[in-house]
Ligand binder design. Sequence first.
Ligand SMILES: Nc1nc2c(ncn2[C@@H]2O[C@H](COP(=O)(O)OP(=O)(O)OP(=O)(O)O)[C@@H](O)[C@H]2O)c(=O)[nH]1
Length: 381
Amino acid sequence: MQLNVQTLVVMDIYTLLLVGVLMLHAWTRGRREATLGYLAAALLIGTLGTVLGSLRGLGIDVVPLVLGNVLLHLSAALTWTALRVFTGRRIHWPGVVAGMVVWLLLCLLPPFYESLALRVLVGSLTMAAYAVLGAFELWRSRAQLEVDYRPALVLLLFHGGFYSVRAVFDRGMPFDTINQDNAFFAVLVLETLLYAIGIAFVCLAMVKERAELSYKRASLRDPLTGIGNRRAFIDSAEQMLVGCARLQRPAVLLLCDLDYFKRLNDSFGHAVGDQALAAFSQILSSRTRQNDVCARIGGEEFACLLTDADHGVALVLAERVRREFAELPFVAGAQLSVSIGIADAYQADFELTRLLSLADQALYAAKAAGRNRVEVYRATS
Ligand SMILES: Nc1nc2c(ncn2[C@@H]2O[C@H](COP(=O)(O)OP(=O)(O)OP(=O)(O)O)[C@@H](O)[C@H]2O)c(=O)[nH]1
């Protein structure tokens, strides 16, 4: 198979331009995710660098050799920057300009400017370094990324490896041979083309995956208190009860309802009511373990499912929460209190709807007995 260099270069320019414009579109249409913005810039600058680089042999060698390569170095640095900002790090400006500055300074030295082999060596090593730096950014943040970063990592390492091999084995293609077929140069153009498409695609996929994750999280969180909402509670509690039933582990439900909340709102305003909700959620979260499922399941109603706990443990915890909330220093004149109902999962055969109903009966009993108290469900309550 014969790969024609000129055809490949034209394909390279068109594809880079197309992918760059699509990336720009994705950046402007979405939430202006910086990763996509830097990638779009990298692709479009890479397109321009390739156009200038293709002007070899026209007697204006300074343009492809100096300017074309400077733009290609900037393009590689911006790809690294895109990955850096994706992992939450700030832009490293000295690193971004380092490749370009080194290239420009070296071009001022005649032995470098006139040596094709030296230029290929330095250019390839710089490209490889930026690709490996991009891979390094992903690798060192892998624990926090929460998205599949491995395709990008493989792509970057392959690209870095390819350019490292080129630095060692390729001695370059003289300017006056651009019209001749050159196997290594053809493979180089092809690899660069596939890398640009690949990195754009995998970065877009990573950004999309992360956005979906954050929408999903937001849909399960109560914005006022920061804890889970009713939907999150039902999802997690159902799963937890299935697990507890299978392993015969005890579980117990606390249903909490703030007392006379309408009166608090009417007397002190909605903002104070909101503060009371946030304060209660804070007490509940700080008194329970990480594995317990606590959520705001209604206006002033909270639920907390404790595992590996019986109603004795739950009673102690509920009393503590009730007391802390009642003793909370709050707006002068505002009396805060909460009523809590407790039910054991054994009594509900580990079935969530039934468990909620039993805890609700205990809560009703606490309200009926004067509020600001804890009641445990008993068959007769
Ligand atoms: N500030 C604030 N109030 C809310 C929110 N959600 C619901 N509420 C209010 O909570 C109040 C609940 O009132 P009720 O159901 O009558 O209960 P209550 O006044 O606490 O009476 P008891 O439960 O019987 O002690 C209503 O006035 C709702 O408007 C919220 O997000 N913020």
